[in-house]
Design a binder for this molecule. Structure first.
Ligand SMILES: Cc1ncc(COP(=O)(O)O)c(C=O)c1O
Length: 435
């Protein structure tokens, strides 16, 4: 049963007990930083989940939440979508791992080549990082060059994570080969390409993060990549199947040489893919991109079911509608509660963030209090929303009703200078911290 209002404070006792056990069993107590206890106000938030259905999640104490992070994006159709579950169950009956390549992987590759007009070949992985790292290796092999220019987040592997503050364990020699560039700044990219003329293997970027590309920006990037002989890789782990059925190409009309998809492709069943031009993809004949679970049939079966649903149903339109209602509703609440100096919304309907600032520190105090209070109202509040096809108008109404109460409290606590007192749990921490 979802809690009504804030009369009955939720209990997180089981979660906190499990967290103590996890401290003795699992470093960082999570497999994925963005899901772990540092991202919620510890002590005043759930830590472990046990079940999910549609757009809802249940924690270890039996508390129910409207789930907006949706496992960091993969669940475009919602938890336990019947068509995906059926495809996976059928596959279980036929076997899931084989000693030979499968007809299923060929059929999915052919389908994806059809799906993305610029794609002529496809190779599968399990995580988004498999795809981005495979694409980067392919680009280096195809060009005979080492330098990679990147923009966005691209996963856990050395070549990318060396550019972040979580770069411990990445050799300096590797770190020096990848250079991050700012989004929507073609001049800076041109400058970097000039500075490393003849040495840049790949430009890998999220074609859109939270803001839209400036008019002509992606075209400029495309032209610069071509002029400098660098492979243009779109990392569409988020944008793929979310901004448009054909990702950035569908929305902006710019074709990369290679593109990487993960997350939503399997609706929660792990699968990723690299698609692209034959001339570049043929290098996969030579490089080593080969692992035991490449072509795992649960992911392939799930992806087939996802594509079926996307072909049949107005999924993206419905998700955009839900997301737009959320964004508009939050913006209205920010105005109503006069929180414009402290809270804003960034992103697009199918993926957006609530941003916090001016809390006397770095915004994380205000964010933590927001999370704590929204969690009390039954919203799995991570500070951002990845709406799914399983969410409905009731979820939006309920969320906005809770946010209304939460924003009202935030307003008075800010005015009274009592934010720090209001926080009952620990302050949340950024995943990427200054070393
Ligand atoms: C844009 C982007 N690329 C790559 C990745 C890495 O995917 P994974 O975590 O599945 O390895 C992510 C993960 O969040 C992502 O958002």
């Amino acid at each position: 049963m979802m809690r009504q209002g804030h009369n009955m404070p939720p209990v997180y006792a089981q979660s906190l007990e499990l967290l103590q056990r996890a401290e003795r069993a699992i470093p960082a107590q999570t497999q994925t930083f963005s899901k772990g206890w540092t991202q919620y106000p510890r002590g005043a938030a759930p830590v472990f989940a046990v079940r999910a259905e549609g757009g809802h999640l249940w924690d270890a104490d039996g508390n129910e939440y409207i789930d907006w992070p949706m496992a960091l994006g993969p669940l475009l159709l919602g938890h336990n979508h019947p068509a995906v579950n059926l495809a996976v169950r059928r596959q279980l009956d036929d076997g899931i791992a084989f000693s030979l390549p499968t007809k299923g992987e060929l059929e999915l590759a052919e389908r994806l080549i059809e799906w993305f007009p610029y794609a002529e070949r496809a190779r599968f992985g399990k995580n988004g990082s498999d795809a981005t790292s495979g694409a980067v290796r392919a680009a280096r092999a195809a060009t005979g060059r080492d330098i990679v220019l990147c923009c966005g987040y691209h996963g856990w592997q050395d070549w990318f994570i060396g550019t972040t503050t979580r770069n411990a364990g990445v050799p300096r020699a590797v770190r020096e080969l990848t250079i991050a560039f700012p989004y929507n700044d073609a001049d800076r990219l041109a400058q970097l390409l000039e500075q490393h003329r003849g040495a840049v293997a790949a430009i890998i970027m999220e074609p859109m993060g939270l803001i839209e590309p400036k008019s002509g920006y992606l075209e400029q990037v495309r032209a610069l990549a071509t002029a400098h002989g660098a492979i243009l890789i779109f990392d569409e782990c988020w944008t793929g199947f979310r901004i448009h059925r054909q990702g950035a190409f569908g929305k902006f009309g710019v074709a990369p040489d290679l593109a990487c998809f993960g997350k939503a492709l399997g609706n929660g069943v792990p699968i990723s893919v690299i698609v692209g031009r034959a001339a570049v993809m043929e290098v996969f004949n030579e490089i080593f991109f080969s692992f035991t679970f490449g072509g795992d049939m649960l992911g392939i079966a799930a992806a087939g079911a996802v594509l079926d649903v996307l072909q049949r149903e107005p999924v993206l339109e419905d998700v955009a509608a839900i997301g737009s209602q959320l964004v508009a509703g939050i913006q209205k609440l920010i105005t109503t509660h006069e929180l414009g100096d402290h809270i804003s919304v960034a992103g697009y309907s199918a993926r957006h963030f609530i941003l916090f600032r001016n809390d006397g520190a770095d915004g994380l105090l205000l964010k933590s209090v927001f999370q704590q209070e929204a969690l009390r109202g039954g919203i799995l509040a991570a500070g951002w929303h990845a709406p799914s096809w399983a969410h409905n108008g009731d979820d939006v109404d309920r969320t906005l009703a809770v946010y209304d109460q939460v924003f009202s409290r935030l307003r008075s606590w800010i005015s009274q200078g009592r934010l720090a007192d209001a926080l009952k749990g620990d302050r949340v921490l950024p995943v990427f911290r200054a070393p």
